[in-house]
Design a binder for this molecule. Structure first.
Ligand code: CP
Length: 319
């Protein structure tokens, strides 16, 4: 694997390998000294053209815990605000001697374009409404861990309900691709105006009736309502949305006991998810955040050849 651009590029074996490696890496989080010398001398640049809390900081922590040098460049505060183009920005950063570029951009497809301009490894940290592959990997890792703890099984055959603003969700698109490869059954639930055209060709079931779907779900993934990406067309009011598609306290009670609740964050509490659901014992929201570091460590270790410096056997000895 040279780049990580799409969840659809990953085979079952590759997903499994990344999740297994992330399990090993996650042990670092409980050590007093959270450093492995696997990526000493490597430079990772986080180039973010859109806001981020989780993805940017977890890529930064992941790189640092692997002993890489990590530099953050945001559109705000960089020469992008003076009108510098994406190509010139990327070429400028790459000219400084970068081994991996983690990029988030508002244009779908931008990370693919970047691979044509530079020799460094490129990791897609979210491109427009298109894809967010490391989010899907950390979601799969989190749910896999949950189901293994529950009954020893994986995601194959489980029903995962992905609920909300599917149209604008790169998280949904990457999760559909990854969960399909893992053999899970995906049900997308959304108001008709937040279902993308062509969704009937996706490898999923589609419903507009959340109450009909919840009782049969093995896991529920709530999505953020992305008001900032909505223009034109009819979208429900906040109140209409919560009544029809919010994971309210009443709906929480219709889930089978212990069914895990996921949300990629940031959450609109009181809109798509109630405080009761976000903070429920069955909520995996903070587990997802923690998994983000471990999964991104695994991906950076793999892409940047961390095993050359620190073989996995040595990682196991240390953690
Ligand atoms: N889930 C996610 O991508 O969150 P951030 O926008 O905070 O990175």
């Amino acid at each position: 694997m040279r780049h990580l651009l799409s969840a659809g590029d990953l085979s079952l074996a590759e997903i499994t390998e990344i999740c297994d490696l992330a399990e090993e890496m996650s042990a670092v989080q409980s050590r007093p000294v959270k450093k492995l010398p696997a990526l000493r001398g490597r430079t990772v640049v986080n180039l973010f053209f859109e806001d981020s809390t989780r993805t940017r900081s977890s890529f930064e922590i992941a790189g640092k815990w692997l002993s890489a040098d990590v530099i953050n460049v945001s559109a705000k505060g960089s020469s992008v605000s003076k009108g510098e183009s994406l190509r010139d920005t990327v070429m400028t950063v790459a000219a400084m001697g970068v081994d991996a570029l983690v990029i988030r951009h508002m244009a779908s497809g931008a990370p693919w374009q970047v691979t044509n301009w530079i020799g460094a490894h490129v990791l897609n940290a979210g491109d427009g409404t298109h894809e967010h592959p490391t989010q899907a990997l950390l979601d799969a890792f989190t749910m896999r861990r949950h189901f293994r703890g529950l009954d020893g099984g994986d995601l194959a055959g489980r029903t995962v309900a992905i609920v909300g603003d599917i149209t604008h969700s790169r998280v949904a698109r990457s999760n559909v691709l990854l969960l399909q490869t893992l053999g899970a059954k995906v049900v997308l639930v959304a108001p008709p105006t937040l279902l993308p055209s062509g969704v009937d060709t996706w490898p999923v079931s589609v419903s507009t009736d959340l109450d009909a779907v919840l009782p049969a779900a093995d896991a529920v993934m709530m999505l953020r309502v992305q008001r900032e990406r909505m223009s034109g067309g009819y979208f429900p009011t906040a109140r209409e949305y919560t009544i029809g598609y919010g994971l309210t306290r009443d709906r929480l009670a219709t889930l089978r006991p212990g069914v895990p609740i996921c949300h990629p964050g940031p959450m609109n509490r009181g809109l798509e998810i109630s405080a009761e659901a976000a903070d429920a014992a069955s909520s995996l929201v903070l587990d997802q955040v923690a998994a983000g570091v471990a999964v991104r460590m695994a991906v950076l270790y793999q892409l940047l050849g961390g095993a050359d410096e620190m073989p996995l056997a040595r990682v196991r000895e240390v953690v």
